[in-house]
Design a protein around this ligand. Structure first.
Ligand code: CA2
Length: 149
């Protein structure tokens, strides 16, 4: 099997996970989520590198750099999901298969969260299953990449 490397990208405020608002986002910290992603990736015989930033431009740069290093992107763009044409354009520019994930069900929340700029450039979206959204998203992304090759 050819080696598969995935970039997991976490957007603004997700570094606060486990410390605030456990009712909405669960009690796991971002490092615990990253550890679970690594375990899942290893079961899928893939590798995963995780990165979090609160800065839109840093996320854009990281997406550009992914082109040289990774075969797919798993992204929770946080609030930038609903605002960032720049992130959407970056994903479209690199054209790497991307899965969008959300811990909460964005469609059960405020109306401003119902629109995603990322969805039209993603191969799919998983929303509302807490940390399972990330793990399911990773499984879907790896299966998609393996089917392609
Ligand atoms: O449900 C998700 O994963 C979101 O992407 C989380 C974003 C929110 O803006 C999206 O609409 C849905 C917010 C992340 C904020 O994370 C926090 C974690 C702990 C405490 C406070 C914020």
């Amino acid at each position: 099997m050819p080696p598969l490397s995935i970039l997991a990208l976490h957007g603004p405020n997700l570094n606060m996970l486990g410390h605030r608002e456990p009712g909405i986002y669960g009690s796991l910290s971002l490092s615990e989520i990253n550890r679970l992603l690594e375990e899942e990736a290893s079961k899928l015989q893939a590798s995963i590198i995780s990165m979090q930033s609160n800065h839109e431009g840093v996320l854009v740069d990281t997406i550009h750099e992914a082109l040289e290093k990774h075969q797919g992107i798993l992204i929770n763009a946080g609030a930038y999901t609903h605002t960032s044409v720049a992130l959407r354009d970056a994903i479209a520019a690199v054209n790497l298969p991307t899965v969008e994930v959300h811990l909460s069900n964005i469609y059960r929340r405020e109306e401003f969260r119902h629109h995603s700029y990322i969805s039209p450039v993603a191969i799919g979206q998983i929303s509302g299953f807490g940390v399972q959204s990330y793990l399911l998203g990773l499984q879907a992304l790896v299966h998609h990449l393996r089917e392609k090759s």
